[in-house]
Design a protein around this ligand. Structure first.
Ligand SMILES: NC(=O)c1ccc[n+]([C@@H]2O[C@H](COP(=O)([O-])OP(=O)(O)OC[C@H]3O[C@@H](n4cnc5c(N)ncnc54)[C@H](OP(=O)(O)O)[C@@H]3O)[C@@H](O)[C@H]2O)c1
Length: 329
């Protein structure tokens, strides 16, 4: 790495985690309206390894070589012409460019300033990097799409995962009654977040224990095991949101027959929502859980951990640890 180059995790082929390479690439220069962020930590999401394998977001023609990752927390170190709301030295977090390539597993990223927000004050960069994609997904589902209200019954599948554990907290902050589904080993974690009801999917079928929900947030997205039985327990007029995979034709038909609304969702960058999420964190109502961290050069292991499908909370890559004493986390 020289003054003009930086470390970045990139791939020259689609495939297993062995295709990820630590490379030296030019430090990007911010265009007008963009900021350059010195990345301190980068969150890891399932879409990262799915994209690496070549089946990321449908319809996006990812080209090689490709930089990995979207979630960043760091410090603005340069701004392009026209940026008025951020300046060098500001601590920010965001999910820039999604679903286009962002290259977040790197020393620097550049992106439009309004795709970032100020990092929550009360957490460090590692925890902040755990939030953007997961929390924006949860926010855009629960707040923007469902407009969850006090007293509503909200069912969350995969409640202990990256999106789920944040969704649970956002729903609780809005006064909802939250039912979390995960394996039994996650019950204490989810109860500690405040879920009122818990179902262990390995020992019971949620649809035999739960009824009359206003919203089913399906973070598993299997039409047979979670989709169809979830729609069957949503109240007429209620909503089913299929997060991975959207709403398959048979789910749309089942929802229509029952008078239930059903939609897919794809998360979008949104600096205003990130600012609202930061307020929830700083007021003590939302706390990301980081299961494990990896150094930048172990990005493959970080993605493998997430690809197991059974992490609790989030996995985060520490980018600026031990490489620059002025920028320790
Ligand atoms: N459309 C979008 O914009 C969007 C945005 C974000 C995420 N996604 C997708 O949504 C899914 C969830 O994302 P994530 O980041 O939350 O994933 P994640 O962190 O990998 O989810 C892991 C969690 O899923 C739980 N789980 C696994 N199988 C389950 C089952 N059959 N029933 C209930 N829980 C189960 C696990 O609990 P146990 O260990 O107890 O099994 C684990 O805690 C992924 O497919 C992701 O690609 C889509």
């Amino acid at each position: 790495m020289t003054d003009d180059t930086m470390r970045a995790i990139r791939q020259n082929a689609f495939g297993g985690s062995e295709v990820l390479r630590l490379t030296d690439v030019p430090v990007p220069v911010p265009l007008p309206t963009e900021v350059r962020v010195r990345v301190h930590a980068a969150g890891v999401n399932p879409v990262d390894w799915k994209t690496r394998e070549g089946h990321g977001v449908g319809g996006v023609p990812y080209a090689l070589p490709l930089g990995a990752g979207w979630d960043v927390s760091g410090v603005v170190d340069a701004v392009g012409f026209g940026v008025t709301t951020l300046k060098p030295g500001d601590e920010v977090y965001g999910m820039p460019w999604f679903p286009r390539e962002a290259g977040a597993y790197a020393d620097y990223v550049t992106a439009p300033s309004r795709q970032f927000a100020r990092k929550p004050r009360t957490i460090g960069h590692v925890e902040a990097a755990a939030l953007p994609l997961a929390a924006l997904t949860a926010w855009q589902a629960l707040v923007d799409t469902a407009d969850v209200q006090r007293g509503q019954r909200v069912l969350v599948h995969a409640a202990s995962g990256g999106v789920g554990h944040v969704a649970v907290q956002i729903a609780l902050a809005r006064g909802a009654h939250v039912i979390g589904v995960a394996s039994g080993a996650r019950e204490d974690f989810l109860r500690s977040l405040g879920v009122q009801e818990f179902v262990d999917y390995r020992t019971a079928h949620f649809a035999e224990r739960i009824d009359d929900v206003d919203l089913a947030l399906d973070l598993v997205g299997d039409p047979a095991t979670t989709g169809t039985p979830s729609i069957a327990i949503v109240k007429p007029g209620g909503l089913y949101i299929g997060v991975p995979g959207g709403v398959a034709p048979q789910l749309a038909a089942a929802a229509r027959a029952r008078g239930v609304r059903a939609t897919g969702i794809l998360v979008e960058p949104d600096g205003h929502a990130l600012a609202a999420i930061a307020e929830l964190v700083d007021s003590g109502r939302l706390r990301p859980a980081v299961q494990s961290t990896f150094p930048l050069q172990e990005a493959s292991a970080a993605q493998d951990a997430v690809a197991s499908g059974h992490t609790q909370g989030k996995v985060v890559i520490e980018v600026a640890v031990n490489d620059d004493p002025d920028r320790l986390l």
